[in-house]
Design a protein around this ligand. Structure first.
Ligand SMILES: Cc1ncc(COP(=O)(O)O)c(C=O)c1O
Length: 479
């Protein structure tokens, strides 16, 4: 166990030296910052002066801290990210650019995958995902479907999946990684929501320890880290470190935020010494309150056995609390609204048939109790089932006419009415939340079926992410 914090300690030392700061940033350590909270952080918001190393050529405290970060996760190497998991996903995609023509990805991946496809020029081959009919959320990928796709895709550069998904379901990474190994392909995992798994044996098995070659962790999502703090981890078998580092350096700012780096450094020391204790307590609270919520009429709080009906799902994150509210006569949007306005509880997200609460290891019994008590009251007041049902969950898969990169760079685009877009190539993404599976992506053919599906979503009042015209009266197409 190593409690040293090389970056944070170097920042403290620099602050204590009380130097006249004749260097960036222009706020001069906070002198020019007019709000107390920001002034404090500005004291350690410095640039790469001697003693603070260089993110692009780490030889001193950043090198030491990234070694400690890798060790804490059991990884071969780690890279600090100061622009969220997004930048790590982009770097990993780019590192595969000259390894093949295509990449296998889940259709319901985060939008950063689309950025990675544009940057790398790789053509996506979509792995179908299964849908949970109760909540309407996408669950996992099916290893058999992946295997079949790999047999049909001789020029693939790799496989890049997401696990856990946004709702806490974990794919069977061991099976997926051995499938990838038989095709001699690297497996990358967007494990943005899973950084805490590495510090307690009752939590799902982390992707890096299940055979993934590289993972991206959004540390700010589950660790006590400032927003945008994230990292890439690679395993011993990852063979292209120099290529990855070059891509990472290309995409990373030359003015990294030291407060973000320091928060990662401190959180790593905290997790290695205290993480297990905190995670243990939250694991017990999670079990207890999952059971309590499941006694409430009209509600179902997802447990591992609920996910287990989907072949691809191996485990579930105990801190993602997905509650199906199908036994109430109000929908998930209304439940979320009531929780916020009457009980001062803000959940992570909601859909027609569910709410998703994201607990952290720092939430205590009274926080779980407050959530449970609010649900108990809501379950009594709004009992009933007169509400409409979820929409058909899987949109038809469109024909890909241009790669995401070709579509992104296409010079001519125009807006047309949705009805008139049939047979044209989309310049925009439109994804329904949930399940978060894009109905259409740039470069794909807008078929009659897709237009009908989009119209159906709009009528059903589903939230659609992506298009410039919110109600999809118009859609942008490529000439
Ligand atoms: C599954 C997943 N991957 C990647 C990201 C991107 O993370 P960040 O916001 O840290 O860039 C998110 C963000 O919500 C996400 O949910």
């Amino acid at each position: 166990m190593d409690n040293t914090t090389p970056i944070y300690s170097a920042l403290q030392k620099y602050s204590q030296e009380n130097n006249l700061r004749l260097h960036m940033p222009g706020h001069v350590g906070g002198d020019g910052v007019n709000a107390g909270e920001l002034k404090l952080a500005a004291g350690i918001d410095v640039t790469e002066v001697p003693g603070l190393d260089d993110l692009h050529l780490p030889q001193d405290v950043i090198k030491e801290a990234s070694g400690l970060l890798a060790k804490a996760f059991g990884a071969a190497q780690a890279l600090f990210l100061v622009n969220g998991a997004t930048s790590g996903i982009h770097a990993l995609f780019l590192s595969l650019e000259n390894r093949g023509e295509t990449i296998l990805v889940p259709r319901n991946a985060h939008r950063s995958f689309y950025g990675g496809l544009v940057l790398s020029g790789l053509k996506p081959v979509y792995i179908p995902c299964q849908i949970d009919t109760d909540s309407g959320t996408a669950t996992s990928i099916d290893t058999k479907a992946l295997q079949k796709l790999l047999q049909q895709t001789p020029n693939a550069a790799g496989v890049f999946i997401t696990s856990p998904n946004y709702y806490g379901a974990i794919s069977d990474i061991e099976k997926i990684s051995s499938t990838c190994a038989t095709f001699n392909l690297p497996l990358f995992v967007d494990e943005a929501h899973g950084a805490h798994f590495y510090f307690h044996p009752h939590y799902p098995q982390p992707a890096l320890h299940s055979g993934a070659d590289a993972v991206v962790l959004g540390l700010h999502k589950t660790w006590p880290v400032f927003n945008q703090g994230a990292c890439i981890l690679v395993s011993k078998k990852f063979g292209r470190w120099e290529d990855l580092f070059a891509c990472y350096s290309l995409l990373t700012t030359t003015s990294p935020s030291y407060p973000i780096l320091a928060s990662i450094d401190l959180a790593r020391a905290f997790m290695t010494s205290e993480g297990e204790k905190y995670l243990d307590s939250s694991w017990h609270l999670s079990r207890e309150y999952h059971e309590k919520i499941n006694t409430l009429p009209g509600l179902k709080c997802y447990q591992e056995e609920d996910w287990a009906q989907y072949t691809g799902v191996r485990q579930a994150d105990p801190l993602k609390v997905l509650v199906s509210i199908k036994g109430l006569y109000i929908d998930g949007f209304q439940v979320a609204h009531i929780l916020r306005n009457k009980y001062h509880i803000q959940v992570e997200t909601q859909g027609a048939n569910f709410i998703l609460a994201m607990f952290a290891m720092f939430h205590q019994r009274h926080d779980w109790e407050k959530f449970y008590t609010a649900l108990r009251e809501i379950a009594v007041i709004y009992a009933g089932t007169s509400r409409g049902k979820t929409l058909a969950a899987i949109p038809p898969l469109p024909e890909v006419k241009l790669s995401p990169r070709e579509a992104f760079l296409a010079p001519k685009r125009r807006k047309v009415r949705l009805q008139e877009s049939k047979g044209l190539i989309s310049a925009e993404m439109a994804a329904a939340y949930p399940p978060g599976i894009p109905c259409i992506l740039p470069g794909e053919l807008i078929s009659d079926e897709i237009v009908e599906y989009l119209e159906y979503l709009i009528k059903a009042g589903v939230k659609i992410h992506g298009p410039r015209y919110a109600n999809l009266e118009y859609i942008e197409v490529i000439e």
